[in-house]
Design a protein around this ligand. Structure first.
Ligand SMILES: Cc1cc2nc3c(=O)[nH]c(=O)nc-3n(C[C@H](O)[C@H](O)[C@H](O)COP(=O)(O)O)c2cc1C
Length: 211
């Protein structure tokens, strides 16, 4: 296997200075819509990085469920590894890699919990099966075996009082409030386009980075 020989030329697009929006959320919206319409599977899947207070990073995939000027939202278990890291060190980084479009987006900022109303509304929109899974899975903790999980799940689904099941306290949303975005478009000869947005005093400053 010769991994060093794996090589792609990127030719699908360009990111011109005069074609990007002044507002990075608008720029993200444009690229996200293009990702959705190019039928990328799980276009809303993003790598989400956190770190311990002493700077040890960790990263995992989560699904973006909402974004707007207020931030980027996903849902999870607050007692998970990521939840503990966010509690101690509430900053994070998001990465989207849409390889079919030869594009990458990086987003960084502070993290806060969504309101309980927002978390309730999303929880209630999930199927009964998914809601029960949120209850029975102590996310990121060691469990004896798979049967342990399946038995807990079957026990819950059989019990009549799961109808109208409400959100467990340790489950809900996080919102990342961006202060930095970078949009990367692959180009020929490794001369890629990189457009950086940094928020300072409420204003987005735009620059181009060397690839
Ligand atoms: C495509 C995909 C989507 C996922 N979406 C979520 C999600 O939205 N929320 C979540 O808690 N975990 C999601 N996961 C599982 C996480 O990657 C991870 O295993 C879990 O959140 C535990 O991470 P932690 O131990 O770092 O807290 C997803 C995994 C994949 C591969």
């Amino acid at each position: 296997m010769d991994i060093k020989a794996l090589r792609n030329e990127y030719k699908k697009g360009k990111l011109k200075d005069d074609s990007v929006y002044e507002n990075p959320v608008k720029q993200f919206e444009k690229w996200f819509e293009q990702a959705l319409s190019s039928e990328i599977q799980d276009a809303n899947a993003m790598s989400f990085a956190t770190a311990t207070i002493d700077g040890k990073p960790s990263v995992r995939t989560v699904l973006l469920k909402e974004f707007d000027e207020n931030g980027f939202v996903f849902f999870t278990n607050y007692g998970s590894r990521k939840g503990k890291e966010i509690a101690d060190n509430p900053i994070g980084a998001i990465l989207f890699f849409w390889k079919e479009l030869e594009r990458q987006v990086r987003i960084e900022g502070k993290i806060e919990k969504t309101s309980s109303g927002e978390s309730d509304a999303y929880f209630d929109s999930r199927t009964l099966e998914s809601r029960i899974s949120a209850f029975v899975s102590p996310q990121s903790q060691a469990i004896p075996d798979r049967k342990y999980l399946e038995d807990r799940w079957s026990g819950y689904i059989k019990s009549a009082d799961t109808v109208g099941i409400s959100r467990p306290e340790n489950w809900g949303g996080y919102r990342l409030l961006p202060d930095r975005f970078e949009f990367w478009q692959g180009r020929a000869n490794r001369l890629h386009d990189r457009i950086l947005y940094i928020k300072s005093n409420g204003t987005w400053n735009i620059s181009r980075l060397a690839p």
